[in-house]
Ligand binder design. Structure first.
Ligand code: PLP
Length: 514
């Protein structure tokens, strides 16, 4: 075949149809077949297979490449659609969005300027307006699709930094430059917020001390009293709070910071409020739980991750702003792309609002989703996983083998296994048994759970985002965890003391012991 036969165009439309259909058929068979979320393959088992592929020796046909892909990827991939995948904030995806994804790749619009996307620009704008309206922002609101919550948070904080510096300059006689102000800027966010806030601070040129963690209450929500104290302390110390970041759904606990009270503090002090709703945004479509987000409409900027609780394929996220004028801080003109004159001509373009240039038409996936199934249906899926998490919490709370941290507002459960027979007081054994259970479970591929650290101790975590996960699945996984942990404890008990003391650090020894 000639090189040109691989280009997708008017003459190759049939080749494209056959090629993609074969790929879809293979993936469909794979999904229908998956007995477990994972095979348990280790990096060292898989690496030689990937290394053995000679990238300078093409196979020539899609069928052969798909056959090879089976071995290098599909066979051992982690399948989020499986009901016993309970680890991270990855969702099973809805079919209308996958259909949208196929269209996105083939048409390949770039959402920077009108002359690279045409209708795509208008579709993205409609979805931003739709999201802003669901949040409760008014007509001055705007926003842009991004690659993910981390990028949305970065852009929101960039706008907050520029707006804050502008206001400081306006109110000061010396008109300090942004670089003079950088060392004095602070971001206040709860100790449970996402690490992308710290990364953003570094990227924005702030000092390492810029992000001040505000303590949380027992439910892992920001303490508003502590926030008020920090705001006052910063004021006294001559530090400028450029943003308060509230989290609507923390990654570990799904806890939602008290948005109305935080908004009051921001209003009182004239501070930019950013709400990171990367996880909790699913509530925007819930008919039963929308009230949990009350206060979000008072934010200056909001992060939503459609690729978490809107059941969209990666990537799909957006940053929304209360006042579209603030987006001018990412507007730059280039003669070759978006000359200032295009603004006068009123040609809509999205590059003026984005920190990216060439940008995927991710909005189309959400468009197809809303057009085929609608927002209520999405909300029902999310409500179902939140219901399931509440049931699972009751199950765990009543189970003597486990200790569970907080009753969830969304769909995560943080818990750990406790050894019986009077061994519960052995902190090291408990630590190691839980680490071992998670690793042994992953190695078996029967289920995947996450882990986190609470108050210096290792815990296990379920993140439920799949309505297909039943309470019976959860019971099965808990039994598997308990069995792995018990086996570990028994093995430790039967080993001589010296061998136990010689064990490697828990994370490693746990894996080696099995
Ligand atoms: C997942 C998450 C993010 C980061 O989003 P990505 O899409 O992974 O970049 C930010 N904040 C919170 C609260 C999250 O849960």
């Amino acid at each position: 075949m000639s090189s040109r036969s691989h280009l997708l165009n008017n003459r190759t439309a049939e080749h494209y149809r056959r090629s993609v259909t074969h790929g879809v058929e293979r993936v469909a068979a794979k999904l229908a077949d998956a007995q477990q979320p994972f095979t348990g393959v280790t990096p060292s088992e898989l690496a030689p297979t990937v290394s053995a592929v000679d990238l300078d020796q093409p196979l020539g046909t899609a069928d052969e490449a798909l056959e090879e892909l089976e071995r290098v990827y599909l066979r051992d991939a982690v399948y989020f659609h499986h009901p016993r995948y309970l680890a991270h904030l990855n969702c099973p995806v809805v079919i209308p969005a996958v259909l949208g994804e196929a269209v996105i790749a083939a048409v390949n619009s770039s959402l920077d300027t009108w002359d690279q996307s045409a209708g795509g620009t208008l579709i993205e704008r409609r979805l931003i307006a739709w999201t802003a309206q669901r949040i409760g922002l008014h007509t001055a609101a705007d926003g842009i699709f991004t690659s993910g919550g981390s990028q949305s948070n970065l852009q929101a904080l960039l706008l907050a930094r520029e707006e804050t510096c502008r206001l400081v300059r306006k109110n000061s006689e010396t008109a300090p430059s942004t670089s003079q102000l950088l060392p004095t800027l602070r971001i206040l966010t709860s100790e449970c917020s996402h690490f992308s806030i710290e990364k953003a601070a570094i990227l924005l040129g702030l000092g390492p001390e810029a992000v001040i963690p505000v303590p949380c209450d027992e439910q892992r929500r920001m303490r508003v009293g502590a926030l008020a104290e920090q705001l006052e302390r910063c004021e006294r110390a001559g530090e400028t709070v450029m943003a308060v970041v509230a989290t609507a759904g923390t990654t570990d606990f799904g806890s939602i910071d008290p948005l109305p009270a935080i908004a009051d503090q921001c209003e009182r002090t004239g501070t930019w409020l950013h709400v990171d709703a990367a996880y909790g945004c699913g509530l925007l479509t819930s008919r039963r739980r929308r009230a949990l987000l009350d206060g979000i409409e008072r934010a200056d900027s909001v992060t939503v991750d459609y690729h978490k609780s809107f059941f969209q394929p990666v990537s799909s996220s957006a940053v929304l702003v209360r006042d579209r004028a603030t987006l001018r801080h990412v507007t730059y003109h280039a003669d070759y792309l978006n000359p200032a004159r295009s603004v006068e001509q009123e040609i809509p373009n999205q590059v003026d609002k984005s920190i990216q240039t060439t940008r995927r038409f991710d909005a189309l996936k959400l468009w197809m989703t809303l057009r085929v199934m609608g927002a209520d249906a999405l909300g029902e899926l999310f409500d179902e996983v939140v219901d399931r998490a509440a049931d699972a919490w009751r199950l765990l709370d009543a189970d003597e083998r486990f200790e569970v941290v907080v009753e969830p507002q969304l769909s995560t459960l943080v818990f750990r296994w406790l050894p019986g027979n009077g061994l519960a007081g052995d902190a090291t054994l408990t630590e190691r048994a839980n680490l071992h259970a998670r690793e042994a479970l992953f190695a078996s591929g029967e289920a995947i759970v996450a882990g986190t650290v609470v108050d210096g101790r290792h815990y296990l975590k379920f993140t439920l985002l799949n309505p297909e996960t039943s309470l019976a699945d959860i019971t099965t996984v808990l039994d598997l965890i308990a069995a792995h942990a018990e086996r570990y404890v028994q093995r430790q008990a039967s080993q001589p003391q010296a061998a136990r003391n010689a064990a490697n650090p828990p994370a490693l020894s746990a894996a080696q012991a099995c």
